[in-house]
Design a binder for this molecule. Structure first.
Ligand SMILES: CCCCCCC[C@@H](O)CC(=O)SCCNC(=O)CCNC(=O)[C@H](O)C(C)(C)COP(=O)(O)OP(=O)(O)OC[C@H]1O[C@@H](n2cnc3c(N)ncnc32)[C@H](O)[C@@H]1OP(=O)(O)O
Length: 309
């Protein structure tokens, strides 16, 4: 039986071969990104932050924050989520989760080859969950730099299963991304940071031009009183706090990052990132201070601990 082209068709999505893409960035992109996630916003001479936006003390290269890697996944889908068989309302799309593995320190400029594949597709009834995996290779050396797994939560697109079992496909084992349990005790450290009312307008210049973050009318249709912050901007604030407080400013201590977006953030709100240290794992949750709500939780695995900790 042939399927109707206007229907949500999980088999067509599963068999789709994503084209290989190229992503090029320069030091300017690295610095603009760092400013977009609040680096130096409170203190323009912060010794732990200046190196991400400026050649501090004559350093040869601007250093790269680990969450910069998440931009490669967004850049790897130039046509967005216009996939054969995928039917959804783009106005109802929310970023659900981001998982990043870093295999090498990120260079301050590079030309990358991105290999993209479907990592998961799940029918949750009221929503479809789509997971895209992107492996990014340095084009010159061929070295694998990082892997991103990006999860989109497509509100209203669920209910496409053809059998009584909800459809669920995954190309990775479930325990590959352990779920986080927030420890009961007091956090090891809490870092407070303010996002600016213009934060999303600045962050979007790093490549995510979704009008949900800039257009008041679009945001209302999506169910929000005004444009919301990009999930990856909130993740950037949180991991930058971890790099500052636990890695003592060394971005290359970060091995892997996992985060689930639990609630939207409005630009201008204050973020409190709470961190617990369990061996080489930092468990964190980020709250919006004004609303006392948790908006993001996850973990960051480290290669080692800073000797000054
Ligand atoms: C591929 C590339 C595309 C990515 C492009 C990104 C583009 C960006 O421009 C877009 C953005 O940045 S949007 C801003 C950031 N994201 C957000 O603000 C979303 C915040 N989260 C929410 O609102 C809710 O958690 C919400 C609405 C997500 C879920 O809440 P509920 O509806 O209450 O869900 P719930 O009933 O608790 O759970 C239903 C099933 O879904 C699973 N689930 C829940 N939250 C999830 C999340 N955040 N990510 C992934 N899965 C999630 C639950 O586990 C549950 O499944 P099951 O029943 O099997 O346990």
């Amino acid at each position: 039986m042939s399927s109707d082209a206007s229907e949500f068709d999980p088999d067509r999505i599963e068999s789709y071969k994503f084209p290989e893409t190229t992503y090029t960035y320069s030091e300017r992109d690295v610095a603009l990104y760092a400013l977009g996630i609040g680096a130096c916003a409170r203190d323009a001479v912060d010794v732990d932050q200046l190196k991400f936006v400026y050649h501090e003390k004559g350093q040869k290269f601007i250093q790269v924050l680990p969450t910069f890697a998440a931009l490669f996944s967004h850049g790897s889908l130039p046509g967005g989520l216009d996939l054969p068989g995928l039917k959804y309302d783009p106005r109802l799309l929310l970023h659900g989760q981001q998982y990043i593995e870093l295999y090498k320190p990120l260079p301050s400029n590079a030309c990358l080859k991105n290999i993209v594949s479907l990592a998961g597709l799940h029918d949750k009834g009221k929503a479809a969950i789509l997971e895209i995996e992107t492996k990014s290779y340095d084009k010159d050396s061929g070295a694998l730099l990082c892997m991103n797994r990006t999860t989109a939560f497509l509100r209203g697109a669920g209910g496409f299963s053809k059998s009584s079992h909800p459809y669920s496909y995954s190309n990775y084992p479930k325990d590959n991304v352990p779920s986080v349990k927030i420890p009961k005790g007091q956090p090891f450290v809490v870092f407070e940071d303010c996002t600016q009312p213009s934060q999303a307008l600045l962050y979007r210049l790093s490549g995510d031009y979704n009008p949900l973050h800039s257009d008041p009318t679009f945001a209302k249709v999506a169910g929000f009183t005004r444009p919301i912050l990009h999930g990856l901007c909130t993740l950037g604030f949180s991991v930058r706090a971890i790099v500052k407080c636990i890695c003592r400013g060394d971005p290359n201590l970060v091995k892997c990052i996992s985060g689930r977006f639990l609630l939207h953030v409005y630009p201008g709100e204050t973020l409190l990132t709470e961190m617990w240290l369990e061996g080489l794992r930092v468990i964190y949750q980020t709250k919006v201070k004004e609303r006392s709500r948790t908006v993001l939780s996850g973990y960051v695995d480290l290669h080692g601990l800073s000797s000054s900790l």
